[in-house]
Design a binder for this molecule. Structure first.
Ligand SMILES: *Cc1c(COP(=O)(O)O)cnc(C)c1O
Length: 440
């Protein structure tokens, strides 16, 4: 008989993600009842400021009335149908609008959209499409990939092959065809970022000079390598990497799963380098944090390499929920909010305000490398305590703020709806949580 206690039932029946389940003997799960705006509420009526946008997905708050209304309308129209052989308004409109937005990258649009459900699937699709492009192009030896040190592109076997975080990868190493890593351009000290970008780009160029014949693509997280600890870098790297990929005839895959949708201050992070990747992966924020949706945008040149009388030259990849109308509707409502609320503009004011209000943390003697790109803030806390992250998480919940540090890196990636009072609350309670964690 299942226990009537929700926490106990969850521990018995639900295998939670990214979790050593035994740790829940000491750290209880938080049983959520509902969410609204910046806040999550648990079944005991306690509230939590969602400072990490629920793993970087939520853009306009929980239970956003406009996204809810759009979904309710779509629910009465078409909930789902297969996308092979069929099409529908939400998927067409979303593809057209993303293609139009890609004009901001300069040059020809990324006018062809391929759909899946999760970020890792988008990575898989981009890798497969790139290698298959070269095969269709008579260069089947170009089937390897290169990624940055500290990269994260998801956790399915193909995505792990371009993920350089040993904690996620080591247990599965025998299953994975590991890609080569080249140095990351990221660098803590903001004044050394340009130099660091140049050095890393030189290393990439040297590597490609040796290996372009067997390399299909370089995959990068533009501007911020989030999962490795919000490692930020100069757009100069992307400019040079694009040029190197062009010189050596290698694709550039921009994984904007975390950094897309305005997170770095522009709709696409690549805009800040004025470069157009060959493949651009979106997920996380694109559905407003509502439904699993991922998209790979690509160019005419790639699309045309698959367009043929021979079936096998086509891209025969699929997922059951490809192009789900509800998920596409949530994405369309999300894009509507970007337009009608001039989100990128108002975010600049929000970002300035939070940065100003956070000055006491930035200047705290225990804090290093306080940094920001767009709507991502991060800093390192000096401590040798290996349990620091977990302690901040627990102390944060006590202080009504959801923080999930990565090692010693504390970060904020809040929804795009906070005002000055919310920012002051976030800064004060984060400070309290760090004090508590360091004192215990
Ligand atoms: C989260 C993330 C992914 C994986 O997305 P999932 O939806 O978790 O599979 C891939 N790349 C980056 C950069 C991410 O942050």
């Amino acid at each position: 008989m299942p226990s009537t206690n929700l926490l106990q039932r969850s521990l018995e029946a639900v295998w939670h993600p990214c979790t050593q389940m035994k740790q829940h003997e000491r750290f209880p799960l938080v049983p959520l009842e509902r969410g609204t705006g910046l806040w999550l509420y648990d079944t005991n009526g306690r509230r939590y400021f969602d400072a990490v946008s629920s793993w970087w997905v939520n853009l306009f708050g929980h239970c956003n009335p406009r996204i809810n209304a759009a979904l309710q309308r779509q629910l009465g129209t078409l909930e789902h149908a297969m996308l092979a052989g069929f099409t529908h308004r939400p998927v067409v409109e979303l593809s057209e609008r993303l293609g139009a937005l890609s004009a901001s990258l300069g040059g020809e649009r990324l006018g062809h959209a391929f759909y899946a459900s999760d970020g890792a699937s988008a990575t898989e699709i981009a890798l497969k499409m790139s290698a298959h492009y070269w095969r269709n192009n008579g260069q089947p030896a170009k089937n390897r990939f290169v990624c940055l040190a500290g990269s994260y592109h998801g956790e399915t076997a193909g995505a792990l092959s371009v993920t350089d975080i040993s904690l996620f990868r080591d247990a599965y190493a025998p299953l994975v065809r590991q890609s080569e890593t080249v140095p990351s351009p990221a660098c803590g000290a903001a004044d050394q970022r340009t130099e660091s970008a140049r050095r890393a780009a030189d290393a990439l160029d040297a590597w490609l000079t040796q290996h372009a014949d067997t390399t299909a693509a370089l995959i990068v997280e533009p501007l911020v390598q989030c999962a490795t600890g919000m490692a930020m870098y100069d757009p100069e790297y992307l400019r040079r990497a694009r040029a190197a990929c062009d010189r050596h005839k290698v694709h550039l895959i921009a994984d904007e799963i975390a950094v897309g949708c305005g997170r770095t201050g522009t709709f696409f992070a690549c805009e800040q380098a004025s470069i157009r990747p060959d493949f651009l992966c979106l997920s996380k924020g694109i559905s407003g944090g509502y439904l699993p949706l991922s998209i790979v945008l690509t160019s005419d040149a790639v699309y045309r390499a698959f367009y043929d009388d021979a079936t096998a030259r086509g891209f025969l990849h699929s997922h059951s929920y490809t192009g789900n109308p509800l998920a596409c509707t949530a994405a369309l409502a999300t894009l509507d909010i970007f337009e009608s609320d001039k989100v990128l503009e108002t975010n600049r004011q929000r970002a300035d305000a939070l940065t100003r209000i956070a000055a006491p943390i930035a200047h705290d003697g225990r804090v290093r490398d306080f940094r920001r790109t767009g709507m991502i803030w991060a800093f390192e806390v000096d401590t040798a305590d290996p349990h620091f992250a977990r302690k901040v998480f627990a102390a944060g919940l006590e202080a009504e703020v959801l923080l999930r540090p990565i090692g010693n890196t504390v970060y904020w990636m809040p929804p795009y709806i906070f005002d000055d009072a919310d920012a002051a609350f976030l800064v004060e309670r984060t400070g309290n949580a760090i004090d508590t964690a360091l004192a215990s």
